[in-house]
Design a binder for this molecule. Sequence first.
Ligand code: NAD
Ligand code: WQD
Length: 338
Amino acid sequence: MAKILVTGGIGYIGSHTVVELHNAGYEVLIVDNLSNSSIKILDQLHKITGKYHEFVELDLQDTFAVNNFAEQHSDIDGIIHFAAYKAVGESVREPLKYYKNNFYSLINLLTAYPKTNFVFSSSCTVYGQPDHLPVTEDSPVKKAESPYGNTKQIAEEILEETAKVTPGLNVIALRYFNPVGAHKTALIGELPNGVPQNLVPFITQSAIGKRGAIQVFGDDYDTPDGSAVRDYIHVVDLAKAHVAAVKRLEDGKVNGYDVFNLGTGKGSSVLEIIHAFEQSTGEKLDYQIAPRREGDVEKTYGDVTKSKNVLGWQTELDLNEMMRSAWEWEKYLRDNPF
Ligand code: NAD
Ligand code: WQD
């Protein structure tokens, strides 16, 4: 059974990917320093998969610890690297925290495992506001709006340049659009730290009474209803794309470096999301129009033709399922506080 090292595997997207790797017959080794996650997720993963997955608490910024870890775990067949800090606003306030974690972790891993199959969590943020929509993988990478975004752009370059000169290192970078929703069991989902900056967790927390009215950031964009447009993707579909990426690497089909968009290919506005949530859950939301949020792009959604044709992956879950599962998870958290 092939064994995959999942860094950040206790986190939001990582935990859903552990489930899909397990379902696809992989053995999983999780590394996480729990800086943005709860160890209880390990129990939740056990409830879903019937298995306690091997877990090592480790800070990937620690070069010595990572080398030591790699010596003890040389038997892995690939790495999915989720571990990183991801809060855009915080990265503007504390850039070094982001450059340090997101680069040290990546470089330590690549140094300790120089020849491996490597899947990297990148982001649609690398495109900024694209000139043409839907945005393809060949669209230009725009100057990053935040240190966080910059870490993704530079990490992609580090990976591409390193893979080019390192036989045996093969990399797939996955550019996620906006991951939302939770597992259908409602046993795992997103655990936002403090006031959610992202739309869907704010919606669910507002609906459950944990937050006040939702602020719709801008209604004067050049979009059908004036609110900003994004490509929301169900986290379970996203997780499955990682399994497809691992398989493609295993099949020897990646010679060095490749990159894929992961989205639905369809844009939805903030107001459409609010109404989809109300329709899927029967809950009434309290919202008001607020000024635009600094640094936001007006509209973006992905061209996912390459993922479909080359990776053999496409999304299966719609907005209704994204909203329904996010709501079930919020209610689970209310009844079972972490
Ligand atoms: P998350 O914070 O839920 O998960 C990241 C996990 O990595 C956490 O469990 C955290 O404790 C761990 N971690 C962080 N630094 C670490 C370190 N130095 N050593 C060990 N573990 C460490 O985030 P997520 O939403 O699951 O995102 C996963 C990846 O996907 C990140 O790289 C993120 O930048 C990227 N991404 C996320 C989104 C999104 O909207 N959620 C969009 C695009 C890309
Ligand atoms: C979506 C839309 C907001 C909250 C961010 C990162 C990006 C990526 C995904 C990691 C926007 C609007 C939001 C609210 C609102 N992460 N909104 N009221 O900004 O597209 O992307 O997460 O790589 O890098 O920048 O996602 O969920 O924050 O916002 O009106 O309370 O919802 O203005 O138009 P975003 P988001």
